[in-house]
Design a protein around this ligand. Structure first.
Ligand SMILES: [Zn+2]
Ligand SMILES: [Zn+2]
Length: 324
């Protein structure tokens, strides 16, 4: 569990793994969505339009029956990874499943009416995709729903920026429970942008992302790193180094006011050794001086820096289950 991505070769690349376009229920054309993220300084994007049976999102009488090919919009220093949000029956509450799958082959067959959500997720996993469970709080996903599907899932979406508008953005409680049971999953922060928020076109965009450690910006390399857990998630701060020095966890980040290292209250992992390679910064802007924050790894700890008068506060949460 101490193979943190910061010590691995390469550098971090910033990307968004969950976004929609006019290929489903978003308002911007795919090229415009790609351009928005490229211009915002991201390194990569996966356009994950809803991929459904039938012709629900057909436009001008033309049904979208294929995974959206965005690779024509790649440019120097910016790549796209084909993906989709897939659905199918059904949660215990009757809602269809929502899985975000990144790294789909372009000929991945569209879900059919006979498939359940978990069956489509399994197909995506077998096709090589990085599979995350989308916005668990938004549609009241339960642990009973998800446990049987975990073998084909890599991550839980612990922050969904679009769901912030309905107070259902946070999925950490859900991941904590699963990790406490011994599951091995990582944490994804993503936008789920549709670009139709009444208060502004990009109000649901550019709010949650991943930093993926890779030796190159090649989509295959990014995908392999995601599946290996070589990434962290953020809604603002940049983590520059996270490493263990004996029993201490040393964190170096962009300017923040506070750093907080936490783990679930009731870790029940029989091995006591879950991955700690994901982090979830919880605020977007910080101004206190950068530098290492040290926390003993034996239990929760909170390290607080001086609060600069009149400056904006932020914090970083780092989850470290089973570190001791
Ligand atoms: Zn969804
Ligand atoms: Zn979505």
């Amino acid at each position: 569990m101490r193979a943190l991505p910061f010590a691995q070769p390469g550098r971090f690349y910033r990307g968004n793994l969950h976004t929609h376009s006019t290929r489903s229920d978003g308002t911007l054309e795919p090229e415009a969505v790609v351009g928005l993220y490229r211009d915002a300084g991201y390194d990569f994007l996966s356009l994950t339009d809803h991929f459904l049976p039938g012709e629900r999102f057909g436009k001008d009488g033309v049904a979208f029956i294929d995974v959206t090919d965005t690779t024509a919009f790649d440019s120097d220093g910016f790549v796209t990874i084909p993906g989709a949000e897939i659905h199918g029956p059904a949660l215990r509450n009757g809602e269809p499943w929502h899985f975000v799958v990144v790294g789909l082959p372009l000929d991945f067959p569209r879900p059919n009416d006979a498939e359940t959500g978990p069956e489509v997720a399994r197909r995506a996993h077998e096709a090589g995709a990085f599979v995350s469970v989308a916005h668990p709080a938004w549609y009241a996903l339960t642990l009973e729903d998800v446990r049987p599907v975990l073998p084909v899932c890599h991550a839980i979406e612990t922050y969904n920026h679009a769901c912030l508008g309905v107070d259902r953005a946070d999925g950490w409680y859900f991941l904590d429970e699963l990790l406490g049971e011994g599951a091995r999953l990582t944490a994804v922060a993503a936008d789920d942008a549709h670009f139709k928020h009444p208060l502004g076109l990009t109000r649901d965009a550019l709010g949650g992302w991943v930093h993926v450690r890779s030796e190159s910006l090649a989509p295959d390399a990014l995908l392999a790193a995601l599946k290996a857990g070589a990434f962290y998630s953020s809604t603002g701060p940049e983590l520059r180094d996270v490493r263990f020095e004996g029993d201490e966890l040393v964190v170096t980040s962009s300017p923040v006011e506070t750093s907080r290292v936490s783990r679930p209250h009731a870790s029940r992992s029989p091995s006591g050794g879950n991955s700690a390679s994901s982090a979830s910064p919880s605020a977007t802007t910080g101004v206190a001086g950068p530098g290492p924050t040290r926390s003993g790894s034996r239990g929760s700890d909170r390290s607080r820096r001086p609060d600069p008068v009149g400056e904006i506060s932020s914090s970083v949460d780092i989850w470290s289950s089973g570190c001791c």
